[in-house]
Structure formats: structure tokens, C-alpha cells
Ligand binder design. Structure first.
Ligand SMILES: Cc1cc2nc3c(=O)[nH]c(=O)nc-3n(C[C@H](O)[C@H](O)[C@H](O)COP(=O)(O)OP(=O)(O)OC[C@H]3O[C@@H](n4cnc5c(N)ncnc54)[C@H](O)[C@@H]3O)c2cc1C
Ligand SMILES: Cc1cc2nc3c(=O)[nH]c(=O)nc-3n(C[C@H](O)[C@H](O)[C@H](O)COP(=O)(O)O)c2cc1C
Ligand code: SF4
Length: 657
């Protein structure tokens, strides 16, 4: 496979063509590398990638921070721990790279709850021009003076020296994502009139001076990578200018280009791909951007963003669309992606489904990253997160009730440890609610979770009985040592006059389950959470006229921005009406009466669809509690949540039994 063949960046030989993309993870503390971070990266190095890129090393902490807890590299005091990290990465044959970065105006993000500039610790951020980054909570930055620009260039140089002293093999300069370097490069953010603004030549000056400075410190031949955007929003660089920038970077001494896109915010522009392309975006969504850049350069070009499958990655290389592949999220989900490819075990790769929930969502909240499908991400060094095989005499007969993500993960974890596991599922297929969650447009990738689980269950010889509904009698007779109840939630029936007895009332879950849409043309959905909105999109796609009613001021408040924006754009395109701060007072045979702004309004519809979520289900639990030796209740049946809650709880209980 070309993917697994060596390649050179400058004079440095890399063992294969997979680069771990830089990903800020909020594991650092006061700018220092932590043991948690070393364990996280080392695990990925063990997994076989050619290069590990350590996330943004901030050259001016905290004013240049990109997140609440980034890695700092603006003082020699950080070198010893950086060295420890680099050594841990290199021990496993991976080359260690670190990204040098200054977040510019993007650092100026206020915490919405208290208005504090949490990322910069209260400082007003700096930028080429006084224009705020277009994302909620971003403040207007201060324009940098020329002498300050020179100081920042010097800081990049000093940061590069520290990276080399810490033993890093490569340095990546962050010119993407509209951080400070990207801001200078782009007329979208740079409105300066001096030698750093205006013409492309002038906009390039800041980055070229950084490269010059870095080279003067680390030497002409030290392998430098530039990460840059292959696409900019309207008013930014054109594709031709982007190609020219890449050409000039090579001329300046850059030895490889890593192509990315986006800028941490999602634009309400349909064709603009975000830095972390969400679920539903086609695989390899920015490969064409790499192709554009490749025309301008002869150095290796790396591309990523939703390249998830080995065969797809291989095709990109075979077609010469890029020379290397960057993997970000797929390596959070499965650190052993490369090793599994090397061994031909494609089916065993735990799939990243680009949900952005555990990773990007956490960075935005200022908490350490995790992954919905990998409960060990960020916990690699913790023994309570490791599989400990059971002694032969401790092998238990485990019965799992429910084949959703909670039950499946519990089964896999317990069986991996050596327990004898049986799983009963009342439906004729595994997957639980994920099967329904995967039905709306753009959600099909969720099916990969189910396929991965099914494959694992088969490998581990878990005895699965489909179409088997657990009841008190059957469970008692089975005589398991441990019962894990993972039977999902129970639908909430909202207290609305007329909800019972009206034939025009349907449940979103039933419609999705049965692919049933023969419910008339005009539909109102009660509940503007994720399920309500996605059901609205699913119905609108089938030609229905849909209105969503939400009692809260905002719909789907908990959805990650990157996933929510494309959904909202699609709903708008379909003409779906959304009423917030609105309460349904009564359901009638031909419509609903709703209350908005203190006034009542009636809308005539053919069908009313309820999408107000699920509640914990304790009926079976109450019956079993005193009649079985050991009972655990996990996932939605214990506390309604999401796939992450279900998988993480399944994993935890699987390790406990
Ligand atoms: C439309 C929709 C979209 C969603 N989208 C997302 C999303 O994008 N991201 C996300 O994180 N979450 C999403 N969710 C929520 C997520 O699917 C659930 O939180 C998750 O599936 C809960 O997992 P679970 O294993 O606890 O329960 P479930 O997935 O509900 O599985 C329970 C299983 O138990 C079986 N069962 C029940 N009773 C018995 C019995 N007596 N005997 C045998 N088997 C039984 C059921 O048939 C079912 O298969 C979505 C939900 C819906 C409805
Ligand atoms: C949690 C998280 C943090 C990220 N932080 C950075 C970063 O510090 N620097 C950077 O250049 N890109 C960052 N990115 C973008 C990734 O490097 C990568 O380009 C993106 O995730 C798309 O690739 P993927 O689909 O393989 O994940 C981050 C992505 C994620 C998910
Ligand atoms: S949380 Fe979602 S997007 Fe992030 S790594 Fe895990 S599966 Fe991928």
C-alpha cells in the first residue's frame, strides 16, 4: 500500500504516509505538558502513525491561546516536559512534530455565561486589523503595531529553538484556520494599509518573515511544515492566490504543506467546509483543495478532514491527489488505526463518525476532549480504564438485556475480559435507537457504529438472541451471575389536552422505525430538540410541509455547532418553520392550538408528531432488583442521554463485572 510506504519531508524519512493532525485537547495545565497528554500521544505513536503532530504550541501565552488549556512554548521552563513528550512519541518509531501557533483574534472568545475572556485570561486579543472573528462571543481585537509584529516573529523563532531543544523532528507553522498567520495572509481578516497588508506580497510578509526567522534559528534544512487553508470564505484568498501562497512558502523553505480549511467557526455558507467537517459531509471533502495546492508546489502535500477509511486514503494517494494523509478524529477514536491497516484488519477499526460531540464539543466547552466511542481517549494512563482479563475462577455468566450502544459496549468489554456473555434483544436487529438515529439525512454514518459493534460481538463469541424480549420469568430462569439492563428509555407523553384519543398523533420514533410517512401533508412537530429537528428534516425531504414547536427560547441547545449549522441551513432550505418560546395548549383533530407571546394561535395540520424525548425506564429493573444476584442498569434506561453516555457506561460496567 502506498499509504504504508515511506516518504521524505526534506531530508527526514517518515516510515509511512499517515500524519496525526494537530488537535488541541485541553489536557495541558498552565501551558505545561501533562502526564495525561503524554499518555494520549504515546498511545497514538504506538498505534503506528508516521508523524505525530502535537497540537498548537502557543508562542505567546496566554494572549495567543487557541483554547482554554493549550500547550505553551514561549518560555524555556516548558522545555523539560516537551522533551519528555517528544521522547515518548519517538520511542515508538513515529517522528515528533509540534505546531507553532498564535491564535490572533480567535483567542478573544468570551465565556457566554460571564462575559470573561477566558482563553486569553482577560486580555484583549491582537490581530492584523480591528475586526472580530465572526463567531458568537468573539470580541474586537486590537490592531498590532509594526514593532509588536516584529516581537511576535521573534517569539516564533524562540519557540522553534525550544522545539528543537526538546528533540522534536519537525516544526509545523500554523497558517490555517484564521489564526494570526492565516489572518495576515487573508484579505478577509487583514485590512492593513502598511507593508503587512494590501497586496498578496504584503500579506505574505508576516509568514515569510517567520519562516526566515525560524530557519535562522533551527537551520536551513530542518523540516518545516506549513499548515494552510485550501479554501477561504468570500472576500478571502482565491484558489489561485492560495496556490501562489503555497508556492511562495516552498520557495521560502517550507518542506511540506498540510492542507486544511475552516476556522473553528462554522459559516452559514453552504459550500464552506469547516475545519472539522461534520457527520454527513462526504469523505475526502477537501481533497480537491489539496489538488489545487499540489499544482503550485513540488514538496509533499498532506490532506485530511474526513478521510476515515484506509481504502479511501489509499485512493487519494494512488491518484496523486496528495502525498500524505492527516488523520485527526479517527485517531482519537482508534489510536491503532494504522496498525490495523497494516494487519489488514479494516473491520476492527473503531469508526469516527464525525459527530464532533466528544472532541470539538469539549474544546469549545473548555473541557478535556473525549470520544463518544472511545471512553479511554485521554485516560490512556489510568488503570481503571484498561481491560484486565478475569481469572478463570472468576468468569461470570453475564446476561445483557438490550442491543443498543450501552448493551453492545458492555457485552464487548465484558467478553473481552473473558466473561461468558449472552445478549437478548427484543427487535430483529442490533443497534437499538442508533438504527433510528441514522435515518434522518446526513446521519447514515452512525450505521458504522452498529457494524463495528456487530463485528466485535461476533469475534468475541457473544451469544446474541434477536427477537428475544426479556421478562422477569425468562431472566430468573436464565440464572445469570450478573444482569446488565440496557433496554433504553421510555417515551415521554407530554401533558397536552387532546394528545390521547386523537388519531392524528404520531411518535417520531415510530415514524422513523417504520419509515412511515403516510400521515398527510401538513405536519407539526412538538419538540425542537435534536430528534425533533432531524425528524423535521427527514419529513421535509419527503416533501412534507413541516412546522416545529419548541417551548424553550432556542432549539437543540446542546447540539455541537458544527453539526447543528448544516441542519439549520437544510431546514431553512426546506422551508421548515420553527417557533420557539411556544407552547402547545391543545391538540385537535385538525390541528393544534399554541400559545406564543401571550396569545393563542391555531394552526391547521394533518398530523402532530411528538418528539419530546425519552425518560428512564424502571419497570423491568424494579421487578428484577430483588430476584437476581447482581443487577446494573445503564444507558437511556437508567438516565436518558446520548450515544456517548451509553457507550461510556457500558464500558465502565463491562470493566466492573
Ligand atoms: C432520532 C434520534 C436521533 C438521535 N441522534 C443521536 C445522535 O446523533 N447522537 C447521539 O449521541 N445520540 C443520538 N440519539 C440518542 C441515542 O440514540 C440514545 O441515547 C442511545 O441509543 C441510547 O442507548 P441505549 O443502549 O441506552 O438504548 P437504546 O439504543 O434505546 O437500546 C435499547 C435496546 O434495548 C432493547 N430492549 C428494550 N427492552 C427490551 C427487553 N425487555 N428485552 C430485550 N431487549 C429490549 C430495545 O429494543 C433496544 O434495541 C438519537 C436518538 C434518536 C431517537
Ligand atoms: C478536538 C480538535 C482539536 C483541534 N485542534 C487543532 C489545532 O490545534 N490545530 C490545528 O491545526 N487543527 C486542529 N484541529 C483540526 C484537525 O487538525 C483536523 O484538521 C480536523 O479534525 C479534520 O481532520 P479529521 O477529519 O481527520 O479529524 C482540531 C480538531 C479537533 C477535532
Ligand atoms: S467524538 Fe465523534 S467526531 Fe470526535 S473523535 Fe469521537 S466519533 Fe469522532
Amino acid at each position: 500500500m502506498k499509504l504504508l510506504s515511506p516518504i521524505k519531508i526534506g531530508n527526514l524519512e517518515i516510515k509511512n504516509r499517515v500524519i496525526m493532525a494537530p488537535m488541541t485537547n485541553n489536557f495541558a495545565k498552565d501551558g505545561f505538558i501533562t502526564e495525561q497528554m503524554i499518555d494520549f500521544y504515546e498511545e497514538r505513536a504506538k498505534g503506528g502513525v508516521g508523524v505525530i503532530t502535537v497540537e498548537d504550541g502557543i508562542v505567546d501565552f496566554p494572549i495567543g491561546n487557541n483554547a482554554k488549556n493549550p500547550v505553551a512554548i514561549d518560555d524555556d521552563k516548558y522545555i523539560p516536559l516537551l522533551k519528555k513528550l517528544g521522547t515518548a512519541i519517538k520511542k515508538h518509531g513515529a517522528k515528533a512534530a509540534i505546531q507553532l501557533s498564535h491564535a490572533g483574534r480567535r483567542a478573544g472568545r468570551v465565556t457566554l455565561e460571564n462575559g470573561y475572556l477566558e482563553v486569553t485570561r482577560g486580555q484583549i486579543p491582537v490581530a492584523p486589523s480591528m475586526i472580530a472573528h465572526p463567531f458568537p462571543g468573539q470580541v474586537t481585537p486590537r490592531e498590532l503595531r509594526e514593532e509588536e509584529i516584529e516581537e511576535i516573529i521573534e517569539k516564533f523563532g524562540q519557540a522553534a529553538r525550544r522545539a528543537v531543544e526538546a528533540g522534536f523532528d519537525l516544526i509545523s507553522i500554523h497558517c490555517a484556520h484564521m489564526y494570526l498567520c492565516g489572518e495576515f495572509l487573508s484579505p478577509w481578516a487583514n485590512k492593513r494599509q502598511d507593508k503587512y497588508g494590501g497586496s498578496l506580497e504584503n500579506r505574505l510578509r508576516f509568514v515569510l518573515e517567520i519562516i526566515e526567522k525560524v530557519k535562522s534559528v533551527v537551520g536551513e534544512d530542518f523540516p518545516l511544515i506549513a499548515r494552510m487553508n485550501g479554501q477561504e470564505p468570500e472576500g478571502g484568498n482565491s484558489f489561485l492566490e492560495i496556490r501562489e501562497i503555497a508556492r511562495r512558502l516552498q520557495l521560502a523553505g517550507i518542506k511540506a504543506i498540510s492542507v486544511s480549511t475552516g476556522f473553528g467557526a462554522v459559516l452559514h455558507e453552504k459550500n464552506f467546509i469547516s475545519a472539522e467537517a461534520p457527520i454527513g459531509t462526504p469523505e475526502g471533502c477537501i481533497v480537491n483543495l489539496a489538488e489545487n495546492i499540489k499544482i503550485g508546489v513540488t514538496i509533499p502535500v498532506a490532506v485530511g478532514n474526513k478521510i476515515r477509511h484506509p481504502q479511501f486514503a489509499e485512493d487519494v494517494l494512488q491518484k496523486n491527489q496528495a502525498d500524505m494523509i492527516t488523520l485527526g478524529r479517527p485517531l482519537i477514536t482508534d489510536p491503532y488505526w494504522v496498525q490495523k491497516v497494516t494487519e489488514g484488519r479494516y473491520q476492527d477499526i473503531r469508526p469516527c463518525v464525525s459527530c464532533c460531540y466528544g472532541c470539538v464539543g469539549s474544546v469549545l466547552k473548555g473541557t478535556p476532549i473525549t470520544c463518544i466511542l472511545n471512553p479511554s481517549a485521554g485516560k490512556e494512563g489510568k488503570k481503571e480504564f484498561r481491560y484486565v482479563p478475569v481469572n478463570k475462577r472468576d468468569v461470570k455468566k453475564v446476561l445483557i438485556i438490550g442491543g443498543g450502544p450501552a448493551g453492545l459496549q458492555a457485552a464487548i468489554t465484558a467478553a473481552t475480559r473473558g466473561h461468558k456473555v449472552n445478549l437478548w434483544e427484543k427487535e430483529r436487529e442490533l443497534g437499538g435507537t442508533i438504527v433510528l438515529a441514522a435515518k434522518p439525512p446526513r446521519k447514515q454514518e452512525l450505521n458504522e457504529i452498529v457494524n463495528y459493534f456487530k463485528n466485535k460481538i461476533n469475534q468475541l463469541n457473544v451469544q446474541v438472541e434477536l427477537g428475544k424480549e426479556a421478562n422477569e420469568k425468562a431472566v430468573k430462569e436464565f440464572k445469570a451471575d450478573v444482569i446488565i439492563l440496557a433496554s433504553g428509555g421510555n417515551r415521554i407523553i407530554p401533558d397536552i389536552k387532546g394528545i390521547k384519543g386523537n388519531k392524528n398523533v404520531y411518535w417520531a420514533l415510530d415514524l422513523l422505525k417504520n419509515d412511515y410517512t403516510d400521515i398527510g401533508q401538513k405536519i407539526v412537530i412538538i419538540g425542537g430538540g435534536e430528534v425533533g429537528l432531524e425528524t423535521a428534516e427527514w419529513l421535509a425531504e419527503k416533501g412534507k410541509t413541516v412546522t416545529v414547536i419548541e417551548i424553550l427560547p432556542e432549539v437543540a441547545r446542546d447540539m455541537v455547532h458544527a453539526v447543528k449549522v448544516p441542519l439549520m441551513i437544510s431546514l431553512k432550505d426546506y422551508g421548515v418553520k420553527i417557533y420557539t418560546n411556544t407552547r402547545i395548549k391543545q391538540i385537535k383533530s385538525d390541528g393544534v392550538i399554541m400559545e406564543r407571546n401571550g396569545a393563542e394561535e391555531t394552526i391547521k395540520v394533518d398530523a402532530i408528531v411528538i418528539a419530546v424525548g425519552v425518560k428512564a425506564e424502571d419497570k423491568l429493573e424494579n421487578k428484577l432488583r430483588d430476584v437476581v444476584p447482581k443487577l446494573f442498569c445503564i444507558g437511556d434506561c437508567q438516565r436518558p442521554g446520548n450515544i456517548m453516555d451509553a457507550v461510556h457506561e457500558g464500558f465502565k460496567i463491562g470493566l466492573q463485572v
